[in-house]
Design a binder for this molecule. Sequence first.
Ligand code: NAD
Length: 232
Amino acid sequence: MKKIVFLTGAGVSAESGIKTFRSDDGLWENHPVEKVADICGWYENPLYVNQFYNMLRSQLQTKQPNLAHRLIAQLEEKFDVVVVTQNVDNLHERAGSSSVIHLHGELMKVCSSKDKEDVLQHRELTENDLIVKDGELSADGSLLRPYIVWFGEPVPMLDKAIEEVSSADVVVVVGTSFKVYPAAGLIHYARKDAQLFCIDPNQTSAPTSLGITFIKKKATEGMQELMKLMKF
Ligand code: NAD
C-alpha cells in the first residue's frame, strides 16, 4: 500500500475558524507570542499562560473539522496515511484520522511541569472537564501545565516524524509557513523519489529546490484537487 505523509500546520484548520499563528505585530489570538508560546513566558507568569490555554480549549469545542481534515482521513481507505501536525487542536482525530503525530503537543492534554514527558502524570481533558484551575497541581506536586511544546523546549516526537517522512511515497504539506523549526525542515527527509505537494494559497518560504508541486489554494479546495491527482 502506498504511504502518504501529511505535514500540516495552522492553515489546515483555518477554514474551521481557528486563527493561524502570528499576526504581523507578533500576537497569537491577541496575546504576545513570547508570553504564551515560550517556556520563559510560563516561568514568568504561569497563571496568564494557564488562562490563555483554558480559553483556547473552550474555543476549540465550538470548532468542527473541515473538508480538508475529512478528505485526509478518507484517504485511509486506499493508502497508508500518517499525519504529522504542528497543530495542537484535535480536528484531525475528530475527522477520523487514525495515525496523528502531534509535533507541538495537544491542547486537550495537561502534564506535570516538573517532568512534561512523565506519562503517568498526563491527563486527557474532556468537553466537560476543560478548565485547569489556577494553581492546580499534578500528582508530583508541581503545577499542571499544558502539554504543549513551547519555543525553547525539545520536540519529543521529532525522530518519529522523521522516520515517517523518510519512508513515505508521497509527502503533502498543508497550511504551514515553513517558519517554525525543526518542523519546517522535515520535508528535507523525504526520499528522493517521493512525490511532494504543498497546498497553501500564500506560500512564500517553502524550499524551491526539492521539486515540490505547489497547489496554491486553500486547504479544502486544494485537498479536493489532490484527491483527483491521487485518483481517489
Ligand atoms: P503559520 O500561522 O505560521 O502559517 C500558516 C500557513 O497557513 C501560512 O503559510 C498561510 O499561508 C497558510 N494558510 C492560511 N490559510 C490557509 C488555508 N485556508 N488553507 C491552507 N493554508 C492556509 O502556522 P504554522 O506554520 O503551523 O506554525 C505555527 C505554529 O503555531 C505551530 O507550531 C502550531 O503549533 C501553532 N498553532 C496551532 C494552531 C492549531 O492547532 N490549529 C493554530 C495556530 C497556531
